[in-house]
Design a binder for this molecule. Structure first.
Ligand code: A2H
Length: 235
């Protein structure tokens, strides 16, 4: 088995100004949290973004106007694909941590939520994608459990400086119907498998695989221009 490239879609979630003190040098630029996803057709169901609190991110110059916030490894990879002002050399305008990103208000494409917020997720891997994940709790078991944990455990809010208005107003948005799994498949699989928290390892992995395959093979879109069409075609 050789190593194959993994192709992601990047979702540009626009950081709404005025920026925080630490990000003030970016004022006047278009600044995005850039999330990597395998499921672009689910973006209608975004309720928030996820960041890893204890990790280093940077604001990297993509061109004269656009800045992407992501981890260095992803900026380096993008710099070899035409996404860096200086080819093959990421330029970091300001170093940030996940803590600095928590609570940023974001405008993200396709979701019916006018604003969504960056929130902490502890299971993000630093060697995958951009280190930023967009959250679709209707269809991603990881996202469902992490949002469920935040809603159920206000102690986490204090720990990470999360305000309840960044979490509580955001409900699961049904976007895809899966035969036998309904229109909130992530909630169903987590409930059926009695998953208690985002920190569990094995059952969520199995839950993820099942939901992912079924969603792709049998899912029917419920939203907007894509209503009644198959996920496979719409993707
Ligand atoms: B997916 P693969 Cl609706 N750490 O996007 C942890 N998870 C990460 C990540 C990281 N650094 N970067 C991306 N991801 C997530 C949507 C989605 C995703 C849905 C359903 C399933 C699903 C909304 N979140 O993924 O290991 C992102 O979540 C199930 C596999 O490269 C990305 O797609 O195969 C997916 O994991 C990439 O996972």
């Amino acid at each position: 088995e050789g190593i194959q490239p993994q192709e992601y879609t990047l979702i540009k979630m626009k950081v709404v100004s005025p920026f925080t003190e630490k990000m003030r040098v970016l004022e006047g630029r278009r600044v995005f949290l850039a999330a990597a996803t395998l499921r672009p057709e689910t973006m209608f169901g975004q309720t928030n973004a996820w960041v890893l609190p204890e990790v280093k991110y940077g604001a990297f110059e993509i061109n004269d106007i656009d800045v992407f916030i992501l981890i260095y490894r992803a900026a380096l990879n993008l710099s070899y694909q035409g996404f860096s002002r200086v080819p093959q050399k990421p330029t970091c305008l300001v170093g940030l941590t996940g803590h600095d990103l928590i609570g940023l208000p974001l405008m993200s494409p396709l979701t019916c939520n006018e604003l969504i917020y960056a929130l902490p997720m502890l299971t993000i891997l630093t060697d995958k994608g951009t280190g930023i994940v967009t959250s679709v709790p209707s269809d991603a078991p990881d996202d469902y459990m992490a949002l469920h944990d935040l809603k159920a455990k206000p102690a986490l809010w204090a720990k990470y400086g999360v305000k309840n208005e960044w979490v509580l107003p955001f409900e699961i948005i049904p976007i895809i119907q899966i035969p036998g799994n309904g229109d909130k498949p992530a909630e169903k699989v987590c409930t059926d498998k009695k998953i208690k928290s985002q920190n569990e390892k094995e059952r969520p992995a199995e839950a993820k695989r099942q939901t992912y395959l079924k969603g792709f093979n049998e899912g029917i879109m419920l939203v907007a221009d894509f209503k009644d069409r198959k996920v496979q075609e719409v993707k």
